[in-house]
Design a protein around this ligand. Structure first.
Ligand SMILES: Cc1cc2nc3c(=O)[nH]c(=O)nc-3n(C[C@H](O)[C@H](O)[C@H](O)COP(=O)(O)OP(=O)(O)OC[C@H]3O[C@@H](n4cnc5c(N)ncnc54)[C@H](O)[C@@H]3O)c2cc1C
Length: 470
């Protein structure tokens, strides 16, 4: 039993006073579309009682204060592309969208930063930076549909994280409405800072459980004009997986190093109806991107990377053109087409342990009667093994199968020095696994932080840790 109250007509009236009549909806049909995010398995769905569309930080603060008074949970929601049920209102209540906080407020090309509201799509930030000859380095594969507020809250990674880091590395400061309704700016536009706790980094990756971000100051970088994209094709997975360390040791800082096992290559190429070179020969792919500011440097680096691929026994080294990237980029769509309840794993291991994980996969697949395909950001050890429900199990049976798989998989990942999530987060979907895998004293710290900042537990409850159940 949760301690929350239902949203009453009195509460709706107060919300209408804050937002105006067009600033919220209780329409049953509309509420239905907020019962899930990217999640396709209905066992996880929960409907909100009201959806609100604030435009300003002050409105967000008023809503949060109201929610504390009435003990109503709030679930922040941006592009709803997350894959662990982070934007599902587990305990009903209010869904608070970023849809109307959708403006880039400032770009300063000379000092290389921008200020934005959280509801701007990531691709639009990237484009705006490009227009000034600059790079916004955050680049999740969902950039065309996710929003920067969601990227901050999940500490999103993506294809360029190996060189530029994840979203947390792009942040100068955040304006935040705290779980009790105070407005505060954490962080600053500084190159270094040792002034107390690093709160902006605590908020980044907190999945909306420690407050609502309403304004973000982000770093921009100079845009490298030269780039090569190669796909190295291997028969032996172990040779392909040795690439990241070899490339790094050669002094090359790739922008991305993306791995696809053969099942992944075949599923995706069939989906986009593109012939995958050497796909029918059981080969796997590694896509390597390198960017430079100098053409000669680019040529030299390309030669070194090609030599390393040859030494490791690559069957072929080709330009990774649009055809190859279309195979990589369609992964989520191709899986959804095959099975709308597919599960994306997101564990992260030290680079040298990736081969250990890959060698476990056939055994796990057989033992749990699963169909597993793997793509991985192997440059940073972040692996996406995707489980497809090819046997047509019911939603409940499928959940059971995945539970057993996770109980088997995650302790092995931790034994290798890894963690459950490299970029997607924990959400509602993996909170039990997070609890099971985290040292008890560390878990207590996480609960203590949540409790200290959100004493009424109204801010995205049921995600990462569930204080209703503790
Ligand atoms: C096709 C596809 C490809 C993907 N590729 C990647 C990838 O390469 N790398 C990667 O990391 N992820 C990837 N993802 C997952 C997803 O896109 C990211 O997690 C993304 O950051 C979520 O952003 P969003 O705007 O969709 O947020 P939502 O899904 O709406 O919300 C995510 C979390 O953020 C919270 N939140 C939203 N706005 C705020 C705010 N203003 N303040 C506080 N909390 C807030 C929500 O409560 C929720 O907990 C992919 C997903 C898909 C479907």
């Amino acid at each position: 039993m949760s301690h929350f109250n239902p949203v009453t007509p009195e509460c709706i009236e107060k919300l209408t006073q804050i937002l105006g009549p067009k600033g919220l909806t209780t329409d049953a049909e509309k509420l239905e579309s907020y019962q899930t995010d990217e999640e396709g398995n209905p066992v996880w769905f929960h409907k909100p009682e009201v959806v609100v569309f604030p435009e300003t930080t002050e409105q967000v603060a008023e809503i949060v204060k109201l929610a504390n008074t009435y003990l109503i949970p709030i679930t922040p929601r941006a592009g709803a592309t997350n894959v662990c049920c982070q934007a599902i209102p587990v305990y009903g209540g209010i869904v608070l969208t970023m849809d109307r906080m959708n403006k880039i407020l400032k770009i300063d090309p000379d000092n290389m930063y921008l200020v934005t509201q959280p509801g701007v799509r990531t691709i639009d930030l990237q484009k705006a930076a490009h227009e000034h000859g600059l790079l916004y380095a955050g680049d999740p594969c969902s950039a065309d549909s996710c929003m920067i507020g969601g990227n901050i809250a999940t500490n999103a990674g993506g294809n360029k994280a190996v060189k530029y880091g994840t979203t947390r590395h792009q942040i100068y400061s955040l304006k935040l409405v705290t779980p009790t309704g105070a407005i505060v700016t954490v962080g600053a536009r500084l190159q270094k800072c040792s002034t107390g706790y690093c709160l902006e980094q605590l908020i980044c990756g907190a999945e909306g459980t420690l407050g609502i971000v309403t304004e973000i100051t982000l770093k921009l970088l100079p845009l490298a004009p030269y780039k090569f994209d190669l796909v190295a094709i291997f028969k032996e997975e172990s040779a392909a997986l040795a690439l990241p360390n070899r490339i790094k040791k050669a002094g090359i800082d790739p922008t991305s190093v993306e791995f696809m096992d053969n099942k992944c290559v075949m599923l995706c190429s069939n989906f986009v109806k593109v012939t995958a070179p050497h796909g029918n020969e059981g080969c796997c792919y590694v896509i390597i991107t390198v960017e430079t500011f100098d053409e000669d440097e680019l040529d030299k680096k390309m030669e070194i990377v090609s030599d390393i691929c040859d030494e490791l026994g690559a069957v072929d080294i080709l330009q990774a053109d649009d055809r190859i990237w279309s195979i990589r980029r369609c992964l989520a769509e191709a899986c959804r087409d095959a099975d709308k309840m597919f599960m994306t794993e997101d564990f992260v291991v030290p680079l040298d342990k990736i081969p250990d994980v890959m060698s476990m996969i056939p055994e796990l697949e057989k033992k749990h009667n699963l169909y597993l395909i793997t793509s991985a950001h192997i440059g940073d050890g972040n692996m996406h093994t995707l489980a497809l429900n090819t046997k047509g199990q019911s939603p409940e049976q499928w959940l059971h199968t995945l539970d057993a798989f996770h109980h088997d998989l995650f302790p092995r990942i931790y034994a290798l020095g890894g963690k459950i999530s490299g970029e997607h987060g924990i959400g509602y979907k993996k909170k039990d696994e997070f609890k099971a895998c985290t040292q008890p004293a560390e878990y207590e710290l996480v609960c203590a932080i949540k409790h200290a900042l959100d004493p009424n537990n109204i801010m995205n409850p049921g995600k990462i840790v569930d204080l209703e159940e503790v």
